[in-house]
Write a protein that binds this ligand. Structure first.
Ligand SMILES: O=C(O)CCC(=O)C(=O)O
Length: 266
């Protein structure tokens, strides 16, 4: 897949693009069975919560090695639909994956993510420039009821905001302050809900303000996030770096691979 010049311009203007049904039902079925398999693994990269130990997040599905390695997710990350789109949005053919993570927002209990910019954490990882992008792929339907993501169009242009550490949700992250958010929302178009059936995807800029609500539905909401960085923008050393599964040191440029790699993955 190759994005058109208009799509790249739209990404640069709005900070995101949505791709309905980017992956087929067959591909989603393979990826979902991988989610079931990996979620049974006992690893620090499989983060659980609650009394029943339900999985909240799984990391590092895209690598060849490691406890959570998945051939199918590795193939998904290297399809042109994901990797080429990231290269084009970053206007750079040499990109690597800073991390991958699968958010499993549990039915009824899965909690909200406050408004935030991903780049704040990544800058603290030692990355200088906000030249990063994330492709997210829905493995279940995403709806307002089950806590789909919302993005604030054009907000990547505000640059890095002055966030506060928010530990009021299960996720503990650098979130935009309510005062800043009210101002940004008065200055930008209405937030857009990133909804769609399984296989729908969206790519978004690392400074785009985004959030998602509580999962009020009776079904889990599963979504994979592939976060790309330019190889030349790799992190510099920081004190107390986060673990490798969120701050990759595999800085080799990724190569686009077979489009049917998910279906042929064993
Ligand atoms: O999974 C979600 O709903 C939001 C995830 C998110 O905002 C993030 O990982 O930065």
């Amino acid at each position: 897949m190759e994005l058109t010049a208009e799509q790249v311009a739209q990404y640069e203007r709005d900070g995101f693009l949505i791709f309905p049904d980017l992956f087929s039902a067959e591909e989603v079925a393979v990826l979902r069975s991988e989610v079931e398999r990996v979620s049974r693994i006992d690893s620090e990269m499989v983060v659980r919560e609650g009394d029943d130990g339900a999985v909240k997040i799984m990391f590092r599905l895209h690598e060849e090695d490691g406890e959570t390695a998945s051939t199918a997710f590795r193939a998904a990350a290297r399809t042109s639909r994901v990797l080429r789109a990231a290269q084009q949005c970053l206007r750079d053919d040499n990109v690597y994956m800073h991390h991958s993570k699968l958010n499993m927002k549990a039915a009824i209990e899965g909690s909200a993510w406050p408004w935030h910019q991903d780049f704040h954490s990544w800058h603290l990882d030692g990355i200088a420039e906000p030249n990063m992008t994330t492709m997210t792929v829905m493995l279940t339907e995403a709806t307002p009821m089950n806590g789909c993501m919302y993005v604030l169009p054009g907000s990547h242009e505000v640059g890095r905001t002055n966030p506060r550490w928010d530990d009021s949700t299960a996720y503990n992250l650098w979130a935009a302050t309510p005062g800043d958010m009210k101002e940004f929302m008065s200055q930008h178009a209405e937030p857009v809900a990133i909804t769609g059936g399984p296989g729908t995807a969206a790519i978004f800029h690392c400074n785009l303000l985004h959030a998602s609500g509580h999962n009020l539905s009776a079904e889990d909401r599963w979504q994979i996030f592939f976060c790309f960085n330019q190889c030349k923008n790799r992190p510099t050393d920081v004190e107390n770096p986060r673990p490798e599964y969120v701050r990759s040191q595999n800085w080799a440029p990724l190569k686009v691979a077979a489009e049917d790699g998910i279906l042929t993955a064993s």
